[in-house]
Design a protein around this ligand. Structure first.
Ligand code: ZN
Length: 110
């Protein structure tokens, strides 16, 4: 029975080490937490669960999601970002001018 609980505590320590590493803790602190859980399971395991950093993949996903929502709520006027070539002189202009800034050719169809 004692052997079995030893095994459980050691696997909890290994889990803590692995969990610390995948959550971005340094290798040394991950080993520290793993050893702490193995030696003082009652103290270190709850402490690890409380203080462990948030998962990197989750926060990245959340950031991407919130950025997407931000862009949906604030549509950007992209006419300034698009460069078009003047049909007369071939130079590029941006925005939506009525005349080419390079040669003065009327750019409006009407
Ligand atoms: Zn032009």
């Amino acid at each position: 029975m004692h052997y079995l609980s030893m095994l459980l505590v050691i696997s909890a320590g290994l889990y803590t080490l692995w969990d610390s590493l995948r959550r971005g803790r340094s290798f040394l602190s991950a080993v520290f937490w793993g050893l702490g859980v193995t030696l003082l399971f009652i103290i270190f395991f709850p402490l690890h669960l409380l203080t462990r950093p948030k998962m990197k993949t989750n926060s990245g996903f959340r950031q991407g999601y919130e950025q997407q929502r931000y862009q949906q709520n604030n549509p950007i006027d992209i006419t300034d970002e698009i460069s078009l070539a003047c049909p007369n002189c071939g130079n590029f202009y941006s925005g939506n001018p009525s005349h080419c800034p390079h040669c003065g050719t009327s750019l409006k169809a009407d």
